[in-house]
Ligand binder design. Structure first.
Ligand code: PAF
Length: 301
């Protein structure tokens, strides 16, 4: 039985191999309603486009685990607290479609801003203290915007599973809180950070870095990794300060925050023994424009 199910799944994926670009919610719903009625499982990979190898790994995993995969490609304005950041965010839909088709996605959903927000979204999502620390503190309103768009995508697509990169560590925690709050029947699947050979975490924003800045930015993960043995002989406070000093000592890098937190609650810890899961989360500005980069390292758990 399992054999026939696998053969059917492979046949089905080949049949719908030609990926479809969809721009309206109605068309997306119509396509997915038919497939859902046929009993197909649906995976969703929400993205803001400018896709890279990190996204490709999410999509490939989604394709392996679901009958049908929808990738949303939408630069969501409500999650940008800085208008310049929104303006300079890279947009590469044609290249994205090529990559997605090669990865086996069935649909790319690339709506206009008016399609998603015909009226301003006034809904307020608050998952304190998860969303008030780190990104929540330095980018006020960011997670509200993320919850607005992700909740809409979950309503339109009604996925069985949704895939998010662990690079945005805090984002996954906030989305999980939203899913629990709204009792949404979707399984959140976190996927590991994909790195460039230099160690730099893959990010759409990397395309905004010059070649020199890319080399400089690789120091972020180098310093984070070196902090692992350092942490064995030093306190949380000393390790935090050491990471900040080392990165700020590199020309072209400036730390916005580095916080060592409980990996589940995301609250700062004072001692290594305060939590079973311990993660260090960092945001660094790189270069002259400058480009905001985030990363994290796991100390424990
Ligand atoms: O992680 C991202 O790219 C975005 O925050 C998301 C989840 C696609 C929502 O716009």
């Amino acid at each position: 039985m399992a054999y026939f199910a696998t053969v059917f799944r492979l046949w089905y994926k080949t049949e719908i191999k030609k990926m479809k670009l969809i721009q309206t919610i109605n068309e997306l719903r119509a396509e997915l309603d038919v497939l859902r009625r046929e009993g197909k499982t649906i995976g969703l990979v929400p993205t803001m486009g400018a896709l890279h190898a990190g996204h490709a790994s999410l999509v490939k995993r989604a394709v392996a685990e679901n009958d049908v995969v929808v990738v949303s490609d939408f630069v969501n304005p409500t999650q940008f607290n800085d208008k310049n950041d929104l303006l300079k965010y890279p947009r590469t839909l044609d290249a994205d479609c090529k990559l997605l088709e090669a990865c086996g996605a069935a649909f790319v959903f690339a709506p206009s801003v008016e399609e998603i927000y015909p009226e301003p979204d006034t809904r307020q999502f608050s998952y304190a203290p998860l969303d008030t620390v780190m990104e929540g503190k330095y980018r006020p309103g960011h997670f509200n915007g993320v919850c607005q768009i992700v909740s809409k995508l979950f309503m339109y697509v009604q996925p069985d599973k949704a895939y998010f990169g662990e690079k945005d560590y805090q984002q996954i925690a906030v989305i999980r809180a939203m899913v629990a709050d709204l009792k949404l029947p979707v399984n959140i699947c976190p996927c590991p950070v994909i790195r460039e050979e230099s160690g730099l975490a893959r990010s759409s924003r990397n395309t905004l870095l010059t070649e020199d800045e890319r080399h400089i930015a690789a120091n972020i993960y180098r310093v984070l990794k070196n902090s692992l043995p350092y942490a064995e002989r030093h306190s949380v406070e000393e390790t935090t300060q050491n990471v900040i000093e080392q990165i700020n000592g590199i020309d072209g890098l400036e730390v916005e925050y580095y916080q060592i937190v409980d990996g589940n609650t995301l609250q700062p810890i004072a001692n290594w023994t305060d939590a079973d899961s311990v993660v260090g989360c960092i945001t660094v500005y790189c270069g002259h424009r400058p480009i905001r980069l985030i990363d994290h390292i796991r100390y424990k758990g």
